[in-house]
Design a protein around this ligand. Structure first.
Ligand SMILES: Cc1cc2nc3c(=O)[nH]c(=O)nc-3n(C[C@H](O)[C@H](O)[C@H](O)COP(=O)(O)O)c2cc1C
Length: 209
């Protein structure tokens, strides 16, 4: 299966077979997340793999009783570590050592990032981590399609309850619950806006298609 096929075939799956997921497949999904790109290579994503029935039941309750949160054999709870951004000097060093960035980046970029970090609001930080973690989550989602698994992004949950159930510390935010399992439904493609409604030419609002 190529990427285009995985993108086309992906659906949000809300009915799962009870079949357990082999460990190698769980590892493959998480490896997909690990390889995602992130700003200054900060890799702020953290994942909690939940298989235990009691914990899944509690998560389902925190997620307004959405059934797929309990019925999937595995829930990958996708989180963002807000402290990860503070480790950018180490990440920049690694990028320089690997040859991805030129040596002068250290003098130019690090003071710029340090200044930004000292004034950044929690809201701005949340937007940045959300963008980064979303990419990693979607890597999992697309990798799952290739190996015959279904997933569903779940963002409708009570944040504080999920954090309490899973002992998540204050500097870590929950970005999504991702039920994963063998699909027990084969839904048709869901509606989408046309390209003409979402793509502009040169300036916002100018027709492209
Ligand atoms: C950020 C995000 C949050 C979502 N939250 C939920 C959710 O809480 N519960 C749910 O059942 N589906 C949720 N979805 C799935 C959407 O409903 C679904 O992607 C959309 O209806 C399009 O259907 P498709 O994914 O099958 O193409 C979410 C999707 C995204 C990307």
């Amino acid at each position: 299966m190529d990427v285009r096929e995985a993108i086309k075939n992906r659906r949000s799956i809300r009915k799962f077979k009870p079949d357990p997921i082999p460990e190698e497949k769980i590892r493959l999904l998480l490896e997909g997340a690990r390889l995602a790109p992130s700003g200054t290579n900060t890799q702020p994503w953290r994942f909690i793999v939940v298989k235990d029935d009691d914990t899944k039941k509690k998560l389902q309750t925190a997620a307004h009783n959405q059934r797929h949160v309990k019925s999937a054999p595995v829930i990958i709870v996708c989180c963002a570590d807000l402290k990860a951004f503070r480790e950018f000097p180490e990440r920049v060093d690694e990028l320089i050592e690997s040859g991805a960035l030129p040596e002068r980046t250290r003098e130019v970029f690090i003071p710029y990032l340090k200044k930004g970090m000292s004034t950044v609001t929690k809201d701005a930080l949340m937007i940045a981590v959300a963008a980064n973690v979303a990419i990693a989550v979607e890597h999992i989602v697309l990798q799952a399609v290739e190996i015959g698994l279904g997933t569903c992004w779940v963002r409708w949950y009570e944040d504080e309850k999920v954090k309490e159930i899973l002992d998540i510390p204050d500097h870590v935010e929950v970005m999504a619950l991702l039920p994963v399992g063998v699909p027990d439904e084969d839904p048709a493609q869901r509606p989408r806006l046309e390209l003409g409604q979402i793509v502009f030419s040169g300036k916002y609002g100018e027709k492209y298609f």
